[in-house]
Design a protein around this ligand. Structure first.
Ligand code: ARG
Length: 448
């Protein structure tokens, strides 16, 4: 039972938060006259020493004791004797463990948000380095309309922005102190929860003691934001894997981030992207682990809740590792312009229809006319650019001598004028906007 119930193998990563929480709790107990000043000071001193010894890697984790909370308390008893037995007054491991987890998540979210921002910068670097490249844009993985590569990359900057915002939104909600809920009902001691909240940097306290010890929605929200982020990273990875394949040949991945095959000498495999795509499964799995863990639990604390930690720790570690490697890898990707030379792929067909609409043809009719022109080209083994005026006038009398101006990749991207479109001037402005936006948040963080 002891080894089955133990969580020390994984919850030791909460040690520094557990100690900070205990320090604030001991100070509050003295502040409220529940503990003598000298006992509280001895506890604080002892706890700080334990924190230092953990920091130096000197602390011995015995494995005999169940969890991080019992470890720290027992280490304190070894240091200061029986006085340590008073620390757990007006507290329970039930509110203590939620406190630790909330403090841990606050720190980790800030770290991930800053990694997200560095990753956005990596996208901007890649976009500016290749700002004149046009690629075929796809729907159904069939060539659809030409777009600027930079426009495609900026789509990920948008997704990542929302990922960061989702995490910050979860952070705002989880930034509330559970301590003082005790086992589930509160306590008969006149404690000062706001004192502890202030010491630990929480912006408010949780109002209902049973809610405080029994819910884990805050963990689920973070896991969910990370799962969505993982899905975005997976979609990116899928594209990079396709683009680096022989059949696309659009990009060259740096050797340091690829592997060869043990059997086939010609292989250069995009392992990093494959792993990130694969790891999105963990992030989705961890989210469902947490949802299933919580769904059948009657209030208040149940030991099932111990299962929250490995899931969320794994999601945090996975996302940090994936972002960290992508931040290095992304700017090193080389595009191969020779593989992105314009081909007649009929991707100007919609531009041709819009040309007719501008001459007064209703859109549906214009669509049908261009459809006929494309079939004709396929039959005759011609491209749209090969057609001459009398040929296209067989399909519509609205074609004039200027009709070829709308054809081709360059003409297509340059013709776009709507907000949020792939027009090169607009895309350039977007890159500049993101650069300023990210610079501003970095400046704000540094001034903090
Ligand atoms: N290790 C436990 C957890 O992670 C800490 C709380 C234990 N509380 C209890 N009543 N057994 O949830």
């Amino acid at each position: 039972m002891e080894s089955f119930g133990a969580s020390i193998q994984f919850d030791r990563r909460l040690a520094s938060y557990d100690i900070q929480g205990s320090i604030a709790h001991a100070q509050m107990l003295a502040h409220c006259g529940i503990l003598s000043k000298s006992d509280s000071e001895k506890m604080v001193k002892g706890l700080k020493e334990i924190l230092a010894s953990i920091g130096k890697g000197e602390f011995v984790w015995s494995g005999r004791l169940e969890d991080v909370h019992t470890h720290i308390e027992s280490a304190l008893r070894e240091k200061i004797g029986d006085i340590a037995d008073r620390l757990h007054t007006a507290r329970s491991r039930n509110d203590q463990v939620v406190l630790d987890l909330r403090m841990y998540l606050k720190d980790e979210i800030s770290k991930i948000v800053s990694l997200i921002q560095q990753f956005q910068k990596a996208f901007l670097t890649l976009a500016s380095n290749n700002d004149d490249l046009i690629i075929p844009g796809f729907t159904h993985l069939q060539r659809a309309q030409p777009v600027l590569l930079a426009h495609h990359l900026l789509a990920y900057v948008e997704m990542l922005q929302r990922d960061g915002e989702r995490l910050q939104d979860a952070l705002r909600r989880l930034d509330a102190l559970p301590l003082g809920a005790c086992a589930l009902a509160g306590t008969s001691f006149k404690i000062d929860r706001s004192f502890v909240a202030k010491k630990l940097g929480f912006s408010r306290i949780l109002e209902n003691s049973m809610d405080a010890v029994s819910d884990r929605d805050f963990v689920i929200e973070v896991a969910s934001a990370l799962a969505i982020l993982g899905v975005h990273l997976s979609r990116l990875s899928e594209e990079m894997i396709l683009w680096s394949s022989f059949d696309f040949g659009w990009i060259e991945l740096p050797d340091a981030f690829t592997t060869g095959s043990s059997a086939m000498p010609q292989k250069k495999n995009p392992d990093v992207f494959e792993l990130i795509r694969g790891k999105s499964g963990r992030l989705i799995g961890n989210l469902s682990r947490l949802l299933v863990m919580l769904k059948g639990l009657p209030l208040a604390y149940n030991r099932d809740l111990q299962e929250d930690k490995e899931a969320i720790f794994d999601s945090i570690d996975t996302v940090k590792a994936s972002l960290s490697i992508l931040i290095y890898l992304l700017p090193l990707i080389q595009f191969r312009p020779e593989a992105l030379k314009e081909e007649e792929d009929f991707s100007s067909a919609l531009d041709m229809a819009e040309y007719l609409v501008k001459k007064g043809v209703p859109f549906r009719q214009a669509h049908a006319v261009v459809g006929e022109a494309v079939s004709y080209c396929l039959d005759q083994n011609k491209t749209l650019k090969d057609l001459i005026l009398i040929e296209v006038q067989k399909f519509s009398k609205y074609f004039e001598s200027d009709f070829k101006n709308c054809l081709g990749w360059n003409a297509s991207v340059n013709s776009k004028v709507s907000q949020g479109s792939t027009n090169p001037k607009l895309v350039k402005k977007e890159i500049e906007k993101w650069e300023r936006r990210i610079q501003n948040t970095e400046d704000r963080r540094q001034n903090k």
